[in-house]
Design a protein around this ligand. Sequence first.
Ligand code: ADE
Length: 419
Amino acid sequence: MSHDIADAGLAELGQKRIAWADTHMPVLASIRERFAKERPLEGVTVAACLHITTETANLLKTLVAGGASVAACASNPLSTQDDVAAALALEEGIEIYAIKGEDTETYYRHMDAVLDRHPQLTMDDGCDLVSRLHQSRAAQVPEVLAGTEETTTGVIRLRAMQADGALRFPIVAVNDANTKHMFDNRYGTGQSTLDGIVRATNVLLAGKVIVVAGYGYCGKGVSSRAKGMGAQVVVTEVDPLRALEAVMDGFRVEPMIDAAREGDIFITVTGDRDVLRAEHFQVMKDGAILANSGHFDIEIDLPALAALAEGRRREVRPFVEEFVVGEGRRVLVVAEGRLVNLGAAEGHPAAVMDMSFANQALCAEWVLAQRGSLEPRVYDVPADIDTEIARVKLETLGIQIDVLTPEQAEYLSSWTVGT
Ligand code: ADE
């Protein structure tokens, strides 16, 4: 079995941490148990391009339990947990190609190694795998039955492919399930982003001005958690509705050029490029900390920052690089402007990835069961899968809810009764 990992000696530690995460992923565990009996993925080769974390390890084990043969690579050069990669390769016998800090050439070599397995199912986080398949390995595309996509950025890229008529197999937008984005994007990103910044810098959040760029589910989560830690939160937006929502949630909303002058910590979660750029770096306070929690490392214009620094840059702590701008102001970039929660911390906690990856496992099963009957386009997660995940998650939390009385159910489906 082939693999490319950083250090085989980390396998035992990885195995322990995977087991720990599993204790917080009861929904996924129940799916794994059923998959082991029913083997719905028997004979299917899955190419997974995901963040290689303890939570992902439990998802991959679930796919294997379901009968799949799995090859996996990282969906970000900095997000791999090397102990987990070692455990997957050596203890679980999963073909894995992922090394934390790999360069771009290695990142794509690893992706190609996974695609060399000629998968029938793709499981992507950010759409790099599907994009590579369509652009560089088009002859292989007809072998693929279907795919799933984990994240907002990936779904946006897939919809662009669909609009261009480029998408050649059906893909389920796992991100868009309620049990994914309402929890993972909000509470997961909210907590893990601050976790990454704190682990890397050890700064006190209380009393700081934290500027959050973007008020989608991720931005909402980051803003509310930052407020909870005692920060003054300023939100920047380009969308009037989201800006209004931020205002009514109690946050100050400003253009970035104004926020840039007062922020102590800047967090980008927009999904777009150059959110922080030269005009902003030029007015920032000495010691400003910049972090990105969007999928790609394009939200902070690092080439522009490097140009302003004119060579005055150095690593001041692991995952923290200092750039000196103008007459001597320091601007600190965390985790190379890559996903700070996975680059400098462990990503979202397992309890929230439980629902995201339950969606992945059930959508893999669903999309394969539909083989031959779906068009090459982006599909929503079926509503019954979404509801069932919420139901089981509540059950595992020991929380009960009310049920409609027959009269209530009838009332909701009637239109004749009014004032
Ligand atoms: N995305 C965000 N957090 C993650 C995690 N812990 N594992 C996999 N993907 C993630």
